[in-house]
Design a protein around this ligand. Structure first.
Ligand SMILES: Cc1cc2nc3c(=O)[nH]c(=O)nc-3n(C[C@H](O)[C@H](O)[C@H](O)COP(=O)(O)OP(=O)(O)OC[C@H]3O[C@@H](n4cnc5c(N)ncnc54)[C@H](O)[C@@H]3O)c2cc1C
Length: 307
């Protein structure tokens, strides 16, 4: 067996030390993780061994950076070798095996396998969803929350954040903490419903048993989550409203945007705003036909249409 990841190294793999900018995980601390039912391998055991039983009892949710450290420990402790800078670019089926076209440190290489397990994450069944209104702007004037963003460059700048996802609020929070002059968050919604995470999908039993549910039930759950939308947890909202230079605009989809020199001029409802930079906190699209490594068999993947 071999595990590959296109990321530079363990620090850059996955979301936790890259595009995740919240202080604490959004999910409750008692959900099952990668411990495979072995309590001694759990985050709780790892955290208690380092910080004590009381310290674990005192946290309401898992600090994001501690979670990343735990995953790195987990890989080392179990001796799971990951081949980083190894990207799967195409799967070529043959009689009873697959030919894997890889880029290893940028060099093309072919290997064979009988079975592939995809654990390619949220972004890699499609990609970041960039709203069309931003797409014609110079790329230097906007980023998606999935991008590496140098927030130090946003010091004293007026920043727009599009979207009301948790990631949008987190990006706004980091921009404010990095000294942005003002941050305006634009939501199409009429209200921000910040539901406690437990009410939505935070039951350990639901996680344990999800794979056993019939397809129709899992489909329904996915549809229900989609209808509710992605909501920022209360602490993500508290983080931004602590700043008097944070401005929330509801029912405020961007109608148009163009650049005037190195500034963005945006029309929102009947108002015109000017910004130095925009961040799309607009989530991800799912479309396996857009991923070269999935495209050849994308038509075999069932997708759900949500209206
Ligand atoms: C901002 C953000 C916050 C989140 N917060 C939470 C949270 O609080 N709680 C929670 O449960 N979930 C959260 N999630 C969801 C979270 O991403 C998943 O729970 C978790 O990271 C999934 O782990 P994974 O190993 O499946 O995928 P990931 O951790 O995303 O790892 C996928 C890996 O696949 C690699 N890869 C992809 N395509 C290829 C390829 N073609 N070739 C080689 N390598 C490839 C990538 O480099 C990446 O390292 C969050 C997601 C985001 C984006």
């Amino acid at each position: 067996m071999t595990v590959i990841d296109e990321a530079l190294d363990g620090v850059h793999a996955g979301v936790w030390l890259t595009r995740a900018r919240m202080k604490k995980l959004r999910t409750p601390k008692n959900l099952p993780g990668p411990e495979l039912g072995i309590p001694a391998l759990s985050f709780q055991a790892w955290y208690e061994a380092r910080h004590g039983v009381e310290a674990y009892a005192a946290i309401d949710r898992i600090p994001r950076v501690a979670w990343a450290e735990y995953l790195i420990w987990y890989r080392h402790f179990l001796g799971i070798p990951v081949r980083y800078q190894t990207k799967l670019v195409r799967i070529e089926p043959d009689a009873d095996f697959f030919r894997l076209h890889l880029e290893v440190n940028g060099v093309a290489q072919v290997e064979t396998t009988r079975k592939i397990i995809f654990a390619n994450g949220v972004a890699d069944t499609g990609g970041p969803n960039i709203p069309p209104v931003l797409a014609s702007l110079p790329r230097t004037l906007y980023a998606h929350t999935a991008d590496t963003i140098d927030f130090n460059n946003l010091r004293d700048k007026t920043v727009a954040v599009l979207g009301a996802t948790a990631s949008a609020f987190d990006a706004a929070g980091v921009a404010l903490e990095s000294g942005a002059k003002a941050v305006h968050l634009f939501a199409r919604r009429t209200a921000i419903a910040s539901l406690p995470v437990n009410r939505l999908r935070g039951y350990p039993g639901a996680y344990y048993n999800y794979p056993q549910l019939p397809d129709a039930d899992r489909w329904f759950q996915a549809w229900r989550f989609h209808q509710v939308g992605s909501t920022p947890p209360p602490d993500a909202i508290e983080r931004v409203i602590a700043f008097s230079n944070f401005h929330l605009h509801l029912s405020a989809p961007w109608k148009s945007a163009h650049n005037q020199g190195d500034r963005i001029v945006a029309q929102v409802n009947d108002d015109v705003f000017e910004f130095d930079f925009a961040i799309a906190g607009t989530g991800y699209f799912v479309d396996p036909t857009k991923r070269p490594e999935l495209a050849e068999f994308a038509h075999h993947i069932a997708l759900m249409t949500c209206s």
